[in-house]
Design a protein around this ligand. Sequence first.
Ligand code: NAP
Ligand code: HSE
Length: 443
Amino acid sequence: MSEPLKIGLAGLGTVGVGVLDLLRAHEDLLERRCGRRIEIVAVSARSRKKRRGDHDMDRYVWFDDPVAMARSEGIDVLVELMGGEDGPAKAAVEAALSAGHHVVTANKALLAHHGTALARLAEENGVALNFEAAVAGGIPIVKTMREALAGNRVSRVFGILNGTCNYILTKMEDEERDFADVLKEAQDLGYAEADPTFDIGGFDAAHKLSILTSLAFGTEINFTDVYVEGIENITLNDIRYARGLGYRIKLLGVAADTGEGIEQRVHPTLVPIGSPIAEVNGVFNAVVVQGDFVDDVMLSGRGAGAHPTASAVVADIADIARGNAVPPLGIPADRLEKCTRARMRAHEGGYYVAMELPDRPGQVAAVARAFADENISIESIVQKGRAISRTVPLRDGETAEQTAPFILITHDTLESAMRAALERIEREGYCVGRPRMIRIERF
Ligand code: NAP
Ligand code: HSE
């Protein structure tokens, strides 16, 4: 029997405790599968006093400093579950790799910002950098793309990549609940990031998408090129109107090779009810990979939470225990291509537009003219009766006693044309406030 694989665990929060639970529950099973024992020997967190589920921390060597643990001769693998794109997480991962220790991390922020450099450092030191848990929680999408789909040229990868947002949007739709109320629940369930604006602002999904883009197209990770919009402005009315028109709202991440560059975008998206992605609800995530030989592959599962994420972390540890080794990003870091950006204004798709129109003759015609002048074809229009009476200031100083919600869906059109039409509608004061648009993805 081989020597045990010795683990130093940095981070004993939601995911860290999940990993402790799993390694204890499946100690023997893992030994049989890997041919050696997996043993936690050292741990690190900020507070030594905090309870860590029902686990006894006195069994392990305690480090106040995760970087010292990462360098320690006593470990084979650093498991980094602290989070954060820089700071102790980056320092500890770099220290471990430089010391010739393998690294397993769930930290997508770190990889989005420094993934290519860290992959290079791992390769130079002949060690693994595994990060299955960094993308879509328990779903084995990294291994699938890096290994199982190695024979395919990928044209597009897209999916629901943030459990917190999907949970919020699902609860808002199913239970007509308030955004803030559901966010609190997602935090209590351990789904949200330490700073939940990363979730609802779309940045966490963008971190994950930048990693998937690299795996899909063999490019360096390029987070700064991701176009990001979050779900913070989605209202219950948007969800209701979208449903009335046959759509559901999801926070979608999409990466595609457009021929003009790689498009990477994360934004709220209307997806047709009945499409597989529209039926992925709650904390579940799903990723669809479109390969030239395999066609579409869709994986779905729990995208956040202690145990699903621990499942992915432990799979990475098992790979190291078994001696499985592949370049972290599928292609050696020095052979990755630069990721060239496709301009968002060149994006082509359908749009949902919502605005509040003063209830006067000619308003709808003016809006329709603004779209027609940009060559935008309208697929459907909904005007929601007469609205509540109120006084609203308009740009030309008038006031409208009544307004009416006005919703439309367009056929596929250029983003630049859509933005021009909406700017004109706002500038010429056809609607009250700003018109809002949500992109549509048709599959
Ligand atoms: P968490 O509950 O906030 O836990 C973070 C842990 O890191 C805590 O134990 C904390 O110590 C420790 N820590 C923070 N700063 C430290 C420092 N300077 N030195 C030593 N320890 C430090 O976070 P989490 O939800 O488990 O997430 C951990 C990582 O997994 C993040 O990268 C996150 O993005 C990723 N992830 C999370 C999920 C999920 O569902 N939660 C899913 C996939 C990936 P104390 O406990 O003493 O404060
Ligand atoms: N906060 C993340 C989410 C955790 O909600 O998806 C999983 O990466």
